[in-house]
Design a protein around this ligand. Structure first.
Ligand SMILES: NC(=O)c1ccc[n+]([C@@H]2O[C@H](COP(=O)([O-])OP(=O)(O)OC[C@H]3O[C@@H](n4cnc5c(N)ncnc54)[C@H](O)[C@@H]3O)[C@@H](O)[C@H]2O)c1
Ligand SMILES: [Zn+2]
Length: 373
């Protein structure tokens, strides 16, 4: 109701929203997706947003399946790769959608890896002031990480992911059968965040990865389903407790302080999973050196990362000084000291007076960097 007060008026627009959504897991799920859309009548028209690789491999099949259920859809794709995660790509795709008369009665289906998820989710937040979207992640990373939490966005010339929105999907379908076509390296790199989840929250899961690694690397659907479910449970649980990154959610940054610095210093030419793997080794070492964690846990982490084929040492062309410089320039650094999430053991992170991060003096970081070469 509009309230009147002397000299003006007030619009009462208190916002109460329930952004809960379901994540469902399975293999060969395109029919299930079509059934869900037909049943819920989410939209009159669907825009399948995908990249050039996934378009060839999976998008046509999704479009055909939707057609057999009488659903109107069209594929909109962009050149695969992080370099496409820009406002220009969003504008091009949205322009094509407008040309084909997509409007408020439409919804987006994000079919692809994290780049597709971030772009399509951001478009869903802004296209005609917001339309629903469904995520169908097709990389290990997207199934483990970017499909939970509702962060969407694009890269800018002044930094990655700097423009975006929190936009939760209507539903996420995790179809592990799509992983079969993923390049071997992409598959292995994606497992870095999976190992991270084990270290930060779940010792049983970490042990499961140690025991079943051979089947996991063969991409058996049974193991892929366990991995996808557990990853989403771990990240989902952290996000539920701390949706806006005030406290606990910081544990998801384990390995990312040094990881992001190396990524930047390597001009984004090294895969994110490699950088996080090295970053976890450095943070783990800091923790051991400070007496927070026993060596045996660090060795288990190193062994699992190595078995997956992830690097555990810092590239020779990047110096300690450069890493310390980049990390201590971060806006959350204090007195030139960067903030680190440190493990206490496999499955548990250190807590520092209710916080999950601590500032580490540069000489301690330098020592751990030296030991990680
Ligand atoms: N929103 C979030 O919470 C969040 C979290 C983590 C990462 N991210 C973002 O995710 C992005 C990285 O995601 P990514 O690693 O999935 O990269 P990506 O989307 O670029 O996919 C990697 C490569 O795999 C290809 N591909 C995807 N699915 C395939 C399949 N099933 N078969 C064959 N090839 C396939 C893609 O075409 C691409 O070449 C980054 O931009 C990062 O910022 C977002
Ligand atoms: Zn990451």
């Amino acid at each position: 109701m509009v309230g009147l007060f002397k000299g003006g008026m007030r619009l009462n627009l208190k916002r109460e929203v329930d952004e809960s959504y379901d994540i469902v897991f399975g293999e060969k799920m395109f029919e299930e997706i079509a059934q869900y859309l037909a049943k819920t009548r989410l939209a009159d028209k669907y825009a399948i947003i995908t990249d050039s690789n996934v378009r060839k491999l999976h998008a046509g099949k999704l479009e055909n399946t939707l057609k057999t259920f009488g659903l109107d859809s069209c594929i909109f794709s962009f050149e695969a790769g992080e370099q496409s995660k820009t406002m220009d790509t969003c504008m091009d795709l949205m322009g094509e959608m407008h040309k084909l008369k997509y409007g408020r009665d439409s919804a987006i289906l994000a079919l692809g890896g994290g780049v597709v998820g971030d772009i399509a989710g951001f478009m869903a937040a802004i296209f005609n002031r917001g339309i629903p979207y469904v995520q169908i992640p097709t990389t290990v990373l997207a199934q483990a990480d970017s499909s939970v939490g509702g962060k969407t966005g694009i890269d800018t010339p002044y930094g990655k992911n700097l423009i975006g929105a929190f936009q939760q999907p209507t539903r996420v379908f995790i179809d592990v059968a799509t992983l079969a076509t993923l390049h071997g390296n992409e598959y292995r790199n994606g497992l870095a965040e999976t190992i991270k989840h084990g270290v930060i929250r779940d010792a049983n899961f970490f042990e499961y990865l140690e025991t079943n690694l051979d089947e996991i690397l063969k991409r058996e659907n049974k193991q892929s389903l366990v991995i996808a479910r557990t990853n989403c449970t771990i990240k989902g649980n952290v996000v539920e407790i701390d949706p806006h990154e005030k406290g606990l959610r910081r544990v998801l940054n384990y390995g990312h302080t040094v990881g992001h610095a190396i990524e930047k210093l390597a001009d984004f030419k090294l895969p994110h999973g490699h950088c996080v793997s090295i970053g976890m080794m450095v943070a783990g070492r800091i923790s051991v050196n400070q007496g927070f964690m026993e060596m045996q846990y660090l060795l288990r982490q190193e062994d699992l990362l190595r078995r997956v084929g992830l690097p555990v040492t810092i590239p020779a062309n990047i110096s300690n000084g450069e890493i310390i410089e980049v990390t201590s320039r971060d806006k959350k650094a204090k007195n030139g000291m960067a903030r680190y999430c440190l493990p206490e053991k496999i499955g548990k992170m250190c807590e520092f007076g209710g916080e999950y991060v601590t500032h580490v003096p540069n000489q301690d970081v330098a020592r751990a960097l030296n030991e990680s070469r």
